[in-house]
Design a protein around this ligand. Structure first.
Ligand code: FCB
Length: 457
């Protein structure tokens, strides 16, 4: 794309380089892109009136079950060298204990297709959607889920393991437990604190079980856990209740997971004993960090608050993706680095249908990732959320996260200018003054100053 800026780069400004062999791509989840996932709990949830904004349905989604390869071609043409996708449990095991070879064949075709195009697959084994048969047994509230998940993981990894070297066990156990079982915003739509913590405990046990199974099948596989990371800060730093609420929110959302995995002990309110299904301790080869935003927390744990005056995305007041806060990704990476494992940014992005914020979002967030790398944090790759617009869970088709706009009715794809910006960064393996000058010239001073990234206060 021709330059769209009006300012020349600062003379002599250095570029911000990324490590050699850095992985660059996008992330998706099966239910959000495949279409016709009629045997999972989300399909059922979508059909309950009032569950999804505007009554939207996933329907054909991005039609990947039939035509993912068309998007893989586009990824390759955009210089992506990796893609994070998930497998759909309800396709591989549509009825309990009955595995479907046709589903495996299709996933093998997709994964080989990615590899042939020079795109390294990263595969998530659970990304929010469960088979309906599992939901009928009580889903993730039932402790039996740990054994059921282990059996599914064993079969899937036996069948696909030769094509996959990067596995994520579970996507965002913290979001799945809290939105699905505490806030009632996602399937199964419960508001039950006891269930929320039971589910989180089962997810961590299932993660540990999956980690052991994968490593036993393929010792060279790299296996990680993906956590949604939020910078929680008090809405009013002078108010002790607000400060306490932010600390508590952070403990429940992050620390419970980090500490339990670090020493293998499920702690209150998840339990007080080692995870029974294979030790949690040392059960990650890498951490996956999904980072979107900062949230301010008011007393009584009223989170999802915006910083007054902050730039907000299309989701506005809707907290999880509301505030644009680039320094947050740096903070998250520094925090995870202390856990001593390599890190992938497994999701980062914003809903922005007209793409008037995404170019600067991409540049400022990637500059902060690069800042962490220059300070020694072992970040191995970056996955933008997402490739095309897709079915955004309870917000349906209302929030548009794609580098590529999708008309879900016609399935026509139209790249946004951010798609080309991302490709320019990938090709340079760096953020260059030329790129910033072309897409967001107003950021030149912020991003480059005497060879250093400038940081917001
Ligand atoms: C994350 C989910 C992902 C997508 C993005 C916007 O929490 O993992 O599936 O919905 O948010």
């Amino acid at each position: 794309m021709a330059g769209i800026g009006t300012r020349d780069p600062l003379p002599g400004s250095p570029k911000l380089p990324f490590p050699e062999r850095f992985l660059w791509g996008t992330a998706t989840a099966a239910h959000q892109v495949e279409g016709d996932n009629v045997k999972n709990d989300w399909w059922a949830f979508e059909h309950k009136p009032g569950s999804i904004w505007h009554g939207d349905r996933s329907g054909l989604a991005c039609d990947w079950w039939r035509h993912a390869e068309a998007d893989f071609d586009l990824m390759a043409s955009m210089a992506h060298n990796t893609h994070r996708l998930s497998v759909e449990w309800s396709r591989i095991e549509p009825e309990e204990g009955a595995f479907d070879p046709a589903a495996i064949a299709r996933y093998r075709e997709m994964l080989s297709g990615l590899r042939r195009r020079g795109i390294e697959p990263m595969v998530t084994l659970f990304h929010f959607s469960s088979p309906q048969w599992l939901a009928r047994q009580g889903g993730w509230c039932n402790p039996a889920v740990v054994g059921r998940f282990r059996r599914f993981v064993r079969y899937t990894v036996e069948q696909l393991g030769d094509l996959v070297k990067l596995w994520c066990t579970i996507n965002e156990p913290n979001v799945y437990a809290s939105l699905g079982y505490l806030l009632g915003m996602q399937a199964p739509g419960e508001k039950n604190p006891r269930h929320c913590f039971q589910v989180l405990s089962h997810e961590l046990q299932a993660h540990a079980a999956a980690y052991r199974v994968i490593k036993a099948l393929d010792g060279s596989a790299h296996v990680g856990l993906v956590v949604n990371t939020v910078v929680f800060q008090p809405l009013d730093p002078a108010n002790r209740l607000s400060v306490g609420a932010a600390i508590l929110a952070d403990y429940i959302f992050h620390e419970l997971i980090f500490r339990s995995v670090s020493d293998g002990r499920l702690r209150f309110p998840l339990g007080v004993r080692p995870a029974p299904h294979g030790p949690l301790i040392d059960s990650v080869d890498f951490w996956g960090a999904n980072y979107y935003s900062r949230q301010r927390v008011a007393p009584q744990l009223r989170f999802l608050q915006l910083t007054p005056g902050a730039e907000v995305s299309d989701s506005g007041q809707f907290g999880p993706y509301g505030e644009v806060y680039p320094e947050g990704i740096y903070r998250v990476l520094k925090r995870l680095a202390a856990l001593g494992k390599p890190i992938y940014v497994t999701e980062n992005g914003l809903p922005d249908a007209d793409d008037d914020q995404r170019p600067s979002y991409l540049l400022t967030h990637l500059a902060q990732v690069q800042r962490a790398i220059t300070e020694g944090v072992d970040v191995r790759g970056y996955y933008h959320w997402s490739f095309t617009d897709n079915f955004e869970w309870s917000e349906g088709w209302a929030l548009r996260f794609g580098l590529i706009a999708l008309n879900e009715k016609t399935q026509v794809r139209t790249p946004r200018k951010s798609a080309q910006l991302y490709t320019d960064i990938i090709r340079a393996n760096a953020i260059t003054p030329e790129t910033v000058g072309a897409y967001a010239p107003e950021l030149l001073d912020d991003i480059f100053a005497a060879g250093e990234v400038q940081h917001s206060p």
